[in-house]
Write a protein that binds this ligand. Structure first.
Ligand code: TYM
Length: 336
């Protein structure tokens, strides 16, 4: 089984990225051939400062490593180190219907927020589909917000195969019956339902673009400020608290289950104020993430080692991609 996923280096990594994605990445690195990458080309749709783009790319790599990704088992690389990605992106784009891109959430959401669109943002799902299809990925672990992108990747892989693989039957994508498997393999999204959408401190989805994150590697004072700033309502101390509160959802994911049982009881019973629950969350955050935070600080002192890991990862990733891009080139007639 080939597992692939990526994270944009468009900002600091946060609890949503960990519980929605990185935790699954680490758990899955033993279940097959895992490829994980820093989507620093995607990040260019929002990060326009070259210094910041470079720094965030390295920081995202350090986050992966600090949180338990083992480069001896999983392949860790930078998207921009793989030139075949942009090649496939172009070729795949020739079979992508514009009407699909019009209804892509990433694009629609940004337009709705008044962010002016450019071609990069519009074409974002095509680059993402290429990320997935270039390595013949079987499964793609992601948070729920990415599922539409993976469905697009499946649809476009099918379109490509129908167009370019003689005898390809979309009802038989692996060619079991026809003996004509597609060149591009159809991936499956894997979403951990319990952590599919981690809320931010304002109750919307936690996101680098909404300034509502609790970061994984910010300094202690900032973490405290964020956690103490989680939005709560005016439920009195003695009353039971609402179960849809972002604070409750965060306690549920961050605290170890045994500890959460007790907090859950107090939450439903009333008699404890929001401030006390926030302190529990802060303590739980540190208990969970302090070991990774210490590893991150150590990696900060060794940028050459991080670069070495990324370069070695890129070489391995390109070797996985090579036979697939070669078949794509032959199929469309640019390599005969
Ligand atoms: P990105 O960088 O926004 O997020 C990385 C991963 O974290 C998950 N995630 C969340 N999960 C639960 N709750 C949240 N609040 C939350 N915020 C983020 C995301 O679902 C994602 O799994 N387009 C992708 C990056 C990408 C990619 C790929 C992913 C580029 N190419 C190919 C998979 C395969 C993105 O922007 O993720």
């Amino acid at each position: 089984m080939r597992i692939l996923s990526g994270i944009q280096s468009s900002g600091k990594q946060h609890l949503g990225n960990y519980y929605g994605a990185i935790r699954q990445f680490v758990a899955m690195q033993d279940q097959g051939e895992a490829l994980y990458f820093i989507a620093n080309l995607h990040a260019l749709t929002t990060v326009r400062d070259p210094e910041a783009a470079a720094t965030l790319t390295r920081e995202t790599a350090m986050a992966f490593l600090a949180l338990g990704l083992d480069p001896a088992r999983a392949i860790l690389f930078r998207q921009s180190d793989i030139p075949e990605i942009t090649e496939l992106y172009w070729i795949l784009g020739t079979v992508v219907p514009l009407s699909n891109l019009d209804r892509a959430h990433s694009y629609k959401d940004k337009i709705a927020r008044g962010i002016s669109a450019d071609f990069g943002l519009f074409a974002y799902p095509v680059l993402m589909a290429s990320d997935i299809l270039l390595y013949g990925s079987d499964v793609v672990p992601v948070g729920r917000d990415q599922v539409q992108h993976i469905e697009f990747a499946r649809d476009w892989a099918t379109k490509f195969n129908v167009q370019y693989v003689p005898g390809y039957d979309p009802a038989d994508p692996t060619g079991k019956v026809s003996g004509r498997p597609g060149i591009l393999r159809l991936p499956e999204a894997v979403v951990q339902e319990s952590t599919a959408v981690i809320p931010g401190i304002d109750g919307q989805k936690m996101s680098k673009s909404y300034s509502n994150t609790i970061d994984l590697f910010a300094d202690d004072a900032e973490i405290k400020r964020r956690i103490m700033g989680i939005k709560t309502d005016s439920t009195p101390v003695e009353a039971p608290k609402p179960l849809d509160a972002p604070l409750y959802q965060l306690l549920r994911v961050v605290l170890p289950p045994a500890e959460f049982v007790e907090v859950d009881r107090a939450w439903r019973a009333g008699g404890t104020g929001y401030g006390d629950f926030k302190k529990r969350l802060l303590a739980g955050y540190h208990a969970t993430f302090d070991p990774a935070r210490a590893r991150y600080r150590a990696l900060e002192k060794d940028p050459a080692e991080v670069d070495r890991i990324l370069r070695a990862g890129a070489e391995r990733a390109r070797a996985v991609a090579a036979p697939i891009i070669s078949r794509v080139r032959a199929a469309v007639g640019i390599e005969r």
